[in-house]
Design a binder for this molecule. Sequence first.
Ligand code: FES
Length: 577
Amino acid sequence: MTSHPLRSRNWFGRNDLDGLVHRSWLKAEGFSDAVFDGRPVVGIANSWSELTNCNAHLRQVADAVKRGVWSAGGFPLEFPTISLGEVLMKPTTMLFRNLMSMDVEECLRAYPLDAAVLLSGCDKTTPAMLMGAASADVPAVMVTGGPMLSGKWRAEELGSGTDAWRLWAERRAGRLTDEEMCEAESCMSRSSGHCMVMGTASTMASVVEALGMTLPGNAAIPASDSRRLAMAEMAGRRAVEMALAGGPKPSQILTAHAFDNAIRADMAIGGSTNAIIHLVAIAGRAGVALPLARFDELSKTTPFLVNLRPSGKYLMEDFFYAGGLPVVLKELLPLLHGDALTVNGKSLADNVRGARCFNDDVIRPLSMPLAGEGGTVILFGNLCPDGAVLKQSAASAHLLAHRGRAVVFEDHADLHRRIDDESLTIDENSVLVLKHVGPRGAPGMPEWGAAPIPARLLKRGVKDMVRISDARMSGTSYGTVVLHVAPESAVGGPLALVHDGDEIELDVPRRTLTLRVDDAELARRQAAWKPRPPHFIRGYGRLFLEQVLQANEGCDFDYLRGRTPVRLEDTAGPSHS
Ligand code: FES
């Protein structure tokens, strides 16, 4: 039944002791001889976990994938991967993204798999799985878990994260009671699925669809909509076809053109700033050079089209009903590489040409964008020689060109100790600078960049200030927040040299971030700078600190970049003792 030699036959098709062992031990799960008849083995990499609420429904999704694999004549075998739950895992899931990618890569390589279906959902699980699959280069199709249904509180729609931050600011300003907060808390997350604003999970699902690694229309289907399971079933069927054909493999899909398409899609949807780091990391695995400057080039020529929080008004459920990502890609087609190959074997253009928009206030046509430029911009300057990122679509227009005096916090603990201190000299024109929250400094580059506005300013109606750090920001957050400053302060980047009262100039139209301190004074401060002791001296934490690259390089480990493709001739060694 196969048109392409199957790698799994090296395990199950052998007429020797190893073949006997491989078949016999798997029969312990109750499989009959029929599954060893030469059909392709499809691995279902499942990041299900009760500790990752966004992925807690993925067992049901895996069952739907299995249905598809069986019905297409394949043999599905589900296996668990590490799971990274954004809200519960401390200090940050970003510390473990590369670890999860290694888990996925090595399992794809070590087991008898001819193709894989990757089940992800929460923020880091999607890039981690794709990084692993790109390095192993096994034919793979991704199915994300889908967003939650819209939050509903009284007559209001609540978006995960975005409205939590807004309501918490109201609470701190004394305009919301504890009882109201508690009520809103229960109404915000009312179904399975990931955050349902255009946060990192929704962005990554969209970006992966634009890369061509999911079936068309995957990103926006709500987790609890039956069509999510139908999508999973179709992915299982498609994985069997890919195994039989020997591809397409990630290396055929993840090309420079595909990354351009993904970046344009990211800009048009007002995607999370985190997508930039993850795309650079995925590209690094695929052997595609993706400098930050490329993001800015494409941002300048990609209109912002999707009216979703935190940059706009609606939620992912509305995006799905409006037609989802295929509509956005269809609008963008004149700007895209439409001939890019996708996992269903068709081109991106073929997949989206028939897409229809059912609400053009949610997804604007190219002729009537929300803004002429993309959501995210890249800044350079003496404060960020290797770049920094700002989400202009979620920033305040009046702060996009701003000069102010720095109020410096040495780390996250210092920020929370002093931000509401009445003696702190700070006003709405100040520039809040947060150090030691980058890849090595925090460590793991947590989402601490959207630092809180002092309560006394909130009470006066101040809703936004310029904030600068080497941290990331939740994709659900908003504000004039400069992130990913590179090199980071913990390795002696210029951010480490900022003092209270220094003047800082942000100029988004000119894409610059400048510390107005003369070079001689900066050299004096640099000479006096000393690194802090490492956070970890053993284990994975030590590996992370020794190997992690800076934000502009995707925060991958240097030695993980590139591919070691799984080979057809890979065989199991001695399998039993
Ligand atoms: Fe998982 Fe937001 S917490 S996507």
